[in-house]
Design a protein around this ligand. Structure first.
Ligand code: FE2
Length: 354
């Protein structure tokens, strides 16, 4: 089950070119291309005639020609040509998805097009601000249901076991996590006081000795995580920590896009409050994060299989509070969306009915 009236990341902006690109998002096949004026187009990837993927056709200027019988579609999804026929039937169109390029990513709206408001795209704090550096980030395919990924990203404790030696250490095992809900997200956070600087952060932190470390894990509905790390000299924890002259801040943005019920595309990058122009720092950070996220990828694939093949029911424990609240609220949002569509099927979000 997916929330349809939401923005998801479809691709890195640089991945959409004049070559047709077929992607599956929320179990829907979508063809992407860039027009001659640079606009990104996203259309249902199935000709309404015999359902051949339009991605097997070709671009004729900014129009897409089916590779079976030459039916041709414009960027709005309307059929503008049927060879050997003067008549274009009313149903000769494909769904056109609203898309927006922002933060180097292509965002796609999977629900009712008239509800697609770009202001609802996650805001990346400090983007392009002087003094803040951004790494190029990457994407990975996780063979797991996307809610297993959001579980992981609302669980600061897992770093003690999955990422011991990078993000985590023994101090991460015991400090309790505070959970709160906002109108659009669930937040799991904690301060760890008087701890060693964990190995991932050590090369970048400007002070010696023990630190106070904040783990702030926020996941916004449907599946966008903002993971903020704040590290200050021991004794400096608190609401004013970010004003400390030696503060280390790293915001990790993690955007999960369900491919289907068994696979997730995971786009990520980090913003930091130091070395804004230092490409060596950016590369080091990207490489380290990539290998750390690979540790999650292995675990989540195995967990997905574990759930698929479970013999006895799974249990939940105290640290599951934030993931469970997130799932409950998201399920409510999905149920409300589906109820609204059932009342007004003319506006159902599925491209089959638009
Ligand atoms: Fe992790």
């Amino acid at each position: 089950m997916f929330l349809r009236n939401a923005w998801y990341v479809a691709a890195w902006d640089r991945e959409i070119t004049r070559a047709l690109k077929s992607l599956t998002i929320l179990d829907e096949r979508i063809v992407f291309y860039r027009t001659t004026t640079g606009q990104v187009v996203a259309l249902e990837d199935a000709c309404p005639h015999r359902k051949l993927p339009l991605s097997m056709g070709r671009l004729q200027d900014d129009r897409l020609e089916c590779g079976y019988h030459g039916l041709t579609f414009d960027a709005t999804g309307a059929c503008v040509r049927i060879p050997c026929s003067d008549y274009i039937p009313k149903g000769a169109r494909v769904h056109s998805y609203p898309v927006v390029s922002r933060y180097g990513l292509v965002w796609i709206w999977m629900g009712q097009p008239e509800l697609a408001d770009p202001a609802k795209i996650v805001e990346v704090a400090h983007w392009g601000e002087p003094g803040w550096g951004t790494n190029s980030g990457d994407a990975m395919t996780v063979d797991a249901h996307y809610l297993l990924v959001t579980d992981n990203l609302l669980d600061p404790s897992h770093v003690a076991w999955v990422h011991r030696g990078s993000f985590g250490d023994a101090a991460c095992e015991s400090e309790p996590v505070t959970v709160e809900a906002t109108g659009h997200s669930i937040i799991a956070s904690r301060w760890m006081r008087g701890v060693e600087v964990a190995p991932f952060y050590a090369p970048f932190v400007k002070f010696q000795g023990p630190c106070d470390r904040r783990q702030y894990y926020e996941v916004r509905f449907p599946s966008h995580a903002i993971i903020r790390a704040i590290i200050v000299p021991a004794g400096s924890a608190g609401p004013d920590a970010e004003a400390h002259p030696q503060v280390f801040v790293m915001d990790s943005y993690n955007f999960m896009t369900p491919v289907d019920a068994d696979q997730t595309r995971y786009y990520w990058f980090q913003i930091r409050n130091f070395a804004p122009e230092d490409t060596r720092v950016s590369e080091q950070m990207t490489d380290s994060v990539r290998s750390i996220f690979d540790e999650d990828r292995v675990i989540l694939k195995a967990v997905h299989q574990g759930f698929k093949h479970k013999r006895t029911p799974n249990i939940d424990i105290a640290i599951d509070s934030a993931p469970l609240r997130f799932r409950r609220r998201l399920n409510q949002l999905i149920a409300a969306e589906q109820a609204a569509q059932a009342r007004d099927p003319a506006h159902a979000a599925s491209p089959a009915t638009t």
